[in-house]
Design a protein around this ligand. Sequence first.
Ligand SMILES: [Fe+2]
Ligand SMILES: [Fe+2]
Length: 278
Amino acid sequence: MSITADTDRADTLVARANAIVRATDTAEKVRLAYDTAKAWYGRHLGLGSLSLSGPMPERPGRPERPVLLAPRDMPKRALGGDAGKIALLHSLAHIELNAVDLTWDLIGRFADTRLPRSYYDDWVRVGLEEAKHFSMLEDRLGELGAAYGDLPAHDGLWQAAQSTGRDLAARLAIIPLVLEARGLDITPPMIEKAEALGDHATARVLGVIYRDEKNHVAFGAKWFRFLCDRTGERPEPKFHELVRTHFRGALKPPFNDRARSEAGLTPGFYRPLAKLTG
Ligand SMILES: [Fe+2]
Ligand SMILES: [Fe+2]
């Protein structure tokens, strides 16, 4: 067996997803995400497997800065002016960086589950878009004379994913269908606020993110239904069960019912949970 053949066989989507999550440098993480999406859509990569690439990392690689704090130790965000804008953009950049890692983790971690190629086509697109979102926010921070890493960030999001590491349906329920769906609720008011402050550049970035995130929720709903269909379970009760098991706290109204419904997340999924838990 030649070294070249070995190298090619080892260069798979799963191996690259692993490398993206492990990368500590954010520019490298973004570059790897872009390159991998290009190679996948160019049909230059096979899927690979966990037995070939090894397990996905328990924690993502991160740069030395920002300093990561427990959510309760985070300083209160400044209210106005550029400091307020920078604090908001910094916290959103941190969320998007987590989204990059969570999406590539989703691609790699469940590779031994039998899934159609279109599943990977959808999530590679999400993994690419999350990298784009991080870069756009980083650029916007740069325009304001700041950079990702200047402020502390909290460490809650990755932890939220950990209890769903062995169950794809649970992972889809929590990440796209609870957390990203929450993004659909809170982003339009943020866009309005940025516009009201005359910060059109930030509003534009948030507009792109909002549009893309609707698709991420739609992919979540589509593949959650696909898994339920396969096991013969009803999607809504299954969703309620998984969210009660894996998500702490209430689903908070007000909900953006229209955007959620357009993404296939109809009120029967989330309204009973908001009532019972909130
Ligand atoms: Fe995003
Ligand atoms: Fe997303």
